[in-house]
Design a protein. Sequence first.
Length: 287
Amino acid sequence: MKTEKDFIYEIKGPVLFLLFLISLTAIVTGYRYYRHTQENPQFCLSCHLMKEAYKTWQKSEHSDIVCQTCHRLSLLEQNRLLIAFVAGKKSVKETHGRQKPWQACKECHFSEIEQGAITDSKTFGHARHVFTKKINCSECHTGDMHEFKPESNACKKCHQDRLVHGLGMEGLQCLNCHTFTKEPTDKLVSEKRCLSCHDIPRTGVMSALRCFDCHKPHGIIKLKGSDCLGRCHSHELEVGQHRLHMEKAKVDCLYCHRAHTWRVGRDMALKICTKCHAYKEPSRFVF
């Protein structure tokens, strides 16, 4: 007759095998669940708040990157959210939504923000702001529903001593003129940017000057005659009839010398000179 000891001995093998299968199944299931939570964007949809965010991600430039690459959770945070979900809590404090993603930017975009690159996205500007100034990506980029365009008012946070633009350009943003190029800071604004909006003659008198030699977008952008005299033409009062017109008649330089054409030719003289006196050839003015 079999004793209890014999019975236990007989079923020991099958029981151990069954426990092994259960353990193996649990490990495989747990691993598959872990992979699902870490690598499958569908896991994010288990939260009822993620539907709109999920749709914008699918249409964004980051659609080839799974959510969990940027929206990371520690093991403790994962369990906390899991318990909250099972318990039916509608909200729980978390950081993977709008805080953690910004920490992952540099891992993918390091080459784009290092100094010495050769494209507009790989720039000196990013290098200076991110590495030198230690400014976080979120300070300048919006990150609104998977759109990461630069925030138009972000520059004002640090550059409070600068007017956004001069008279006539109030509607523009900083990045309409300033580009994060590979060049050092004194070349961050290209004159081509000015000429893309302003149809200015590039031949003739003073065409060799840069726009910024006269116009100061963060200061005086619309010049007066006194600016011309103070910067370059301080001797003009002693030439020809300039003193007579400027001091006695109170005629401003720019009344006769129209911006970007400058020379007072016959056609212009017939329009402006004859308002005060009989016409005289412009070439005789200097005598």
